[in-house]
Design a protein around this ligand. Structure first.
Ligand code: PAF
Length: 276
């Protein structure tokens, strides 16, 4: 595995005439990231991973400074997973002048975008820079960040970026808790309680299967999530997917998405429901 940190080194390390599967990450790798690498390996000649904690997607009062980082551990995991090129740039490399950024036009005013203003502008800005540098054939994103996936797909379509976006399923603990780098902030008790998020989402999906109305499903889901002790609901939403607009009679896929604040961790999770 080649480890590179400058644009020049990356350009030299990238193959020509081979397909590139790209896995962008912010590090502190877990099984969710590993499954993205597995998919990328299967479908491409070469796998490139980036590790960069992107400052522009964190708000002023968010956890940029304490976001978990462990490059030595990540490097070993990436190597063992079969990553060919690991791009580990500095902020100065990724934001040399910081003169231009991408702005989301639609879909950033709901779900995480509503509680984290500017977050998705930061995500699309860094993803756009990384796509330009790596020029991947395919790029792999986990559906735990379903809003991120929808906005990246929209960006790629609107800007005619020649990359195929591959949606990958959420990887969960046996308890149902979605794997996340931020799970390290949970206490043992919170880790147990947090598994109730997925049970509540599963029940909501089943309620949709039985034909219950969206408002009623949302009410019951909110009630169940409110029962999780020492936590607070940030949002509970059912939206059309991947447009992220309001659910209508034409909707064929719904995103049931929630964000729950524990003492030190804000967790997001979701399920996608497809019309019978
Ligand atoms: O999903 C993430 O880890 C980040 O949002 C991404 C896509 C690597 C951009 O910083």
């Amino acid at each position: 595995m080649k480890i590179v940190s400058t644009v020049e080194e990356l350009r030299i390390a990238l193959p020509t005439n081979q397909t590139i599967g790209f896995v962008p990450t912010m590090g502190y790798l877990h099984e969710g990231h590993m499954s993205l690498v597995e998919n990328a390996r299967r479908e491409n000649d070469v796998v490139v991973m980036s590790i960069f904690v992107n400052p522009t997607q964190f708000g002023p009062n968010e956890d940029l400074d304490r976001y978990p980082r462990d490059f030595e551990r990540d490097e070993k995991l990436a190597r063992d997973a079969g990553v060919d090129v690991l791009f580990y740039p500095t902020t100065e490399t990724m934001y040399p002048l910081d003169m231009a950024r991408v702005t989301v036009h639609h879909g950033a005013d709901v779900l995480c975008g509503a509680s984290r203003p500017g977050h998705f502008d930061g995500v699309l800005t860094i993803v756009s820079k990384l796509f330009n540098l790596v020029q991947p054939t395919r790029a792999y994103f986990g559906l735990k960040d379903a809003q991120q996936v929808a906005l990246i797909e929209g960006y790629v379509r609107d800007y005619f970026v020649p990359v195929e976006i591959r949606r990958c399923p959420i990887i969960r603990e046996e308890t149902g808790l979605a794997k996340s780098s931020r799970n390290v902030y949970l206490s043992d008790v919170e880790t147990v309680e947090a598994s109730r998020i997925f049970s509540a989402l599963t029940m909501a999906r089943e309620a949709l299967d039985t034909g219950q109305q969206v408002d009623e499903v949302k009410r019951q889901l909110t009630e169940r999530l409110n029962e999780i002790p020492n936590s607070q609901i940030d949002y509970v939403e059912l939206v059309d997917y991947p447009t992220l607009g309001a659910v209508s009679s034409d909707s064929t896929e719904l995103l049931l998405a929630v964000a729950i604040q524990f003492e030190r961790a804000r967790l997001i999770d979701n399920v996608i429901w497809k019309k019978g």
